[in-house]
Design a protein around this ligand. Structure first.
Ligand code: PXG
Length: 447
């Protein structure tokens, strides 16, 4: 059925309780989309919207890519499901090999999940299990970072650092978690282009936590190389290198949560390669299927993988896994998406257009209430001065009005975040930034 404006008004909107959405506001003015092609979404009232956030950071290779559509259609008619435990199917192994081939050279093994949140929980379990198998069972703490986003499982919100996602569930967080300071400081780094030059020393915060808890109680550190959801915080020059050094020195595993950074967003296969730092594990999801099918996972070093293989032969190496781990249909989507990723040279495309995107974004410096602009790869954040007494309201208004103008960006506090499709043309990027400039100016008076 095609949803038209007429049928939309007949829809009963109540039964669907939407996540991360002000439901009452949304349902007063629902925004429903009925088709997508390339870099555009088409709404139920016939409107065309530029997908300036690539869905939720996931559809960068463009919507309804014929190769992915074809692969998914073929797979669902051939092998729609096979048990994920004690059985499998050949493409699952091919996809693991392809993903490992794109990852830094020490990361050669993949555990499949169904998305980013369960990838994070899986990585935390693997970290704890690894130390325990090595006779280091006292290492139970995980260190996250303020303003980090690691999904919505109890593991992810515990190590995450977004207060809005944590406060309602504070009574049931993982024990033993601590947080590094976040890396944002307006006075020291506002309007940095790419990596800020200030802030490498913030990694020394890990030494402080080692001093407080002792390394023998710490299993792992988890950070996003570029913190996306909080409004694009780019790692300071030298920061990730310092984290790596301190982790290695103390036998602590370093996990990069690359659910956003992975597969091209940073202009490289992974953020690890962009920033030239090798973690012990990488979590991924989103762009691995170009957002077309739910799939995620953890890529781990041989050292970690082989430690699990040392368990007794007849026992499961890990009592963990999902009904939909390596589901044949998402796996087919993943293989096709990685073909597109390589054939269309996605990482190179991003690298070649990154400077243009940076120039355009930073041209917003000096517009009313713009207090910072941040960028790396095809990720951009514009931060606004909050309306006094109404934190987040300016960011919300600006992103909603930008959507009315036909450009989708994402609201995160008083930030507007942009994650344009990888094939965005110069003219599409220019139009999006000019539309944003207009909306920012129109909101100048709201102080
Ligand atoms: N880790 C990171 C770094 C993420 O960005 C997750 C884990 C969780 O993935 P799932 O697949 O369980 O949602 C994410 C998800 C935003 C936004 O507005 C970001 C995400 C999801 C929805 C919105 O930036 N990232």
């Amino acid at each position: 059925m095609t949803i038209t404006a007429a049928t939309q008004s007949d829809l009963n909107l109540k039964p669907y309780f939407m996540g991360f959405t002000p439901n009452m506001l949304f349902k007063q003015r629902p925004r429903l989309f009925v088709e997508a092609r390339g870099n555009y979404l088409f709404g139920s009232n016939g409107e065309r919207v530029f997908d300036g956030f690539s869905g939720l950071w996931c559809s960068g290779m463009g919507h309804c890519h014929p190769k992915i559509v074809e692969a998914v259609s073929r797979q669902i008619g051939k092998l729609d499901y096979v048990a994920a435990f004690n059985m499998s199917h050949p493409p699952a192994f091919k996809l693991a090999e392809r993903i490992a081939g794109l990852a830094p050279k020490n990361l050669n093994n993949v555990f499949f999940t169904t998305g980013g949140s369960d990838a994070v929980d899986t990585a935390l379990k693997i970290a704890i299990g690894y130390h325990r198998l090595n006779g280091d069972g006292t290492r139970y703490r995980i260190i996250g970072r303020e303003r980090g986003y690691h999904g919505v499982g109890f593991g992810g919100i515990s190590v995450g650092g977004m207060v809005a996602n944590r406060k309602m569930f504070a009574s049931l967080m993982l024990p033993g978690v601590d947080h590094l300071r976040h890396t944002h400081s307006l006075p020291d780094m506002a309007f940095s282009r790419g990596q800020p030059t200030w802030g490498a020393d913030l990694a020394e915060d890990l030494e402080r936590l080692v001093g407080l808890h002792d390394a023998s109680s710490i299993a792992a550190v988890i950070v996003e190389p570029m913190a996306g959801s909080t409004g694009v915080l780019v790692p300071p020059v030298g920061y990730l290198e310092a984290l790596r050094r301190i982790c290695t020195q103390h036998g602590i595993l370093l996990i990069f949560d690359e659910v956003i950074c992975g597969f091209g967003r940073m202009g490289h296969n992974f953020g690890a390669q962009r920033f030239n730092v090798e973690p012990d594990m990488i979590t991924f999801a989103k762009t691995v299927t170009n957002g077309t099918q739910p799939l995620g996972g953890v890529i781990m070093s041989d050292e970690i993988h082989d430690t699990f293989m040392s368990t007794p032969e007849q026992a499961s190496n890990i009592n963990h896994g999902y009904t939909y781990s390596a589901h044949p249909v998402p796996v087919a989507a993943g293989l096709a998406a990685l073909d597109v990723f390589e054939e269309e040279g996605v990482a190179e495309q991003v690298r070649s257009k990154e400077k243009l995107f940076e120039e355009l974004l930073h041209s917003l410096k000096g517009e009313p209430n713009v207090v910072d602009v941040r960028n790396i790869g095809f990720a951009g954040g514009v931060e606004f001065a909050p309306i006094p007494g109404q934190p987040t309201a300016r960011g919300y208004r600006i992103t909603q009005q930008l959507l009315d103008a036909g450009f989708y960006s994402r609201w995160s506090g008083d930030n507007a975040t942009l994650a344009p499709p990888f094939s965005s043309t110069a003219s599409e990027l220019e139009q999006m930034i000019e539309a944003m400039r207009k909306v920012i100016r129109a909101n100048a008076a709201a102080a």
